[in-house]
Ligand binder design. Structure first.
Ligand code: ZN
Length: 147
């Protein structure tokens, strides 16, 4: 195993054991999305606070495999403070990464998210990694103030 794989695995396990943005808002979220991935049994509830077309805050809870939970932790960290359109662009880049396609590495600082790129080699796990991103995409669409 390469040291890069090892590093990536440690980043994933760190997010899994110490998830960022885990929890629920006290009623001031603007949208809540529930989504699951039946092939693995992953479940996630994602809440977003969208203000002025910006993702002001994000929280998630749920249960599932290390990849699904680490991905939710990384995703919520990455989109906080982004404009909605930029969060959607990032979701597009993540989807390309999962499909093993080329993506523009310079468009965003992906940070910890890059640790998930190895998942693209395991087709059965891709849905685990994309679950949180799909929830975010749906949440943005469902958001009552979105056009
Ligand atoms: Zn899973």
């Amino acid at each position: 195993m390469s040291s890069l794989d090892d590093l990536y695995r440690r980043v994933i396990m760190d997010h899994y054991s110490r998830p960022r943005n885990r929890g629920e808002f006290e009623d001031d979220e603007t949208v809540t999305v529930n989504m699951n991935n039946p092939t693995c049994g992953d479940r996630i509830q994602l809440q977003l606070k969208i203000e002025d077309d910006k993702i002001a805050d994000a929280r998630f809870q749920g249960e599932g495999c290390s990849i699904s939970m680490a991905s939710a932790s990384m995703m919520t960290d990455a989109i906080k403070g982004l404009k909605v359109e930029d969060a959607l662009k990032m979701a597009g880049i993540f989807s390309k990464m999962m499909q093993g396609e080329e993506y523009d590495e310079d468009e965003f600082d992906l940070g910890d998210i890059e640790a998930l790129q190895g998942v693209s080699k395991f087709p059965a796990r891709i849905k685990c990694a994309t679950l949180a991103w799909k929830a975010m995409q749906k949440g943005v669409q469902d958001e009552p103030n979105s056009e």
